[in-house]
Design a protein around this ligand. Sequence first.
Ligand SMILES: C[S@@+](CC[C@H](N)C(=O)[O-])C[C@H]1O[C@@H](n2cnc3c(N)ncnc32)[C@H](O)[C@@H]1O
Length: 214
Amino acid sequence: MKALTVTDTELRIFARHVPVRCHQVALDAGCGSGNFSRQLHRFGYDVIALDFAHSALEAARRTPLPGVTYLHHDLDQGDPPGLQYRGIDLVVCRLVLPLLRDPVRWVRRVRDRWLRPGGRMYLVIPVGEHADQFGRMTEQQISALCDGWAKSVRYDLRSTSACLVLRAPRPRWRAGRAKLRHPERLTAGSPMTTRRTSSPPVPRGARPAMPVGP
Ligand SMILES: C[S@@+](CC[C@H](N)C(=O)[O-])C[C@H]1O[C@@H](n2cnc3c(N)ncnc32)[C@H](O)[C@@H]1O
């Protein structure tokens, strides 16, 4: 699948629809050489970036950044080791979904097991006309991805790719909500549970300047 440069237009869409909060955890699924992982870092996220291609990870690690962890993982092989159950604030999957064995099932798994209630999923998907077009999904397949989310927003990027922002549902009952925020955290201290501690404190909710460039 062809790479798609991260443009200012895409970053504006991202910033408008994904609440940016410093030190939240974002997972970049199929990060490639880490272009979008680095943007997430600039927005203030702690980033876990996964890919199954060693060459891509090697390229990504050439630009080390505090709070960005690159891990080898095949998204078709279940959950990454050390995953905080429902502990991720944002999952990004850019130009990867049609390459997975069962994209709809994988997206549901992210919604139900990876994301915290109210967390976001950000997807960029090349659009094709036929169901069997390699590396693309049809409009019908793309709309099936939106089932079961509390909210979905769709944009077109350069008419060839769809950009979806999906919001995970929250539990219906609100009593004791604070206790429920991370109800089933499974592990602590694994690479996937660390939060950045070395950078200067930024007020929670502060919006960092829009990152531009690679
Ligand atoms: C077109 S690149 C997109 C890279 C990056 N997301 C971006 O937006 O620039 C697709 C990436 O997905 C990775 N990928 C494809 N299938 C995967 C899988 N099953 N598990 C992990 N990574 C996968 C590839 O290795 C490749 O780096």
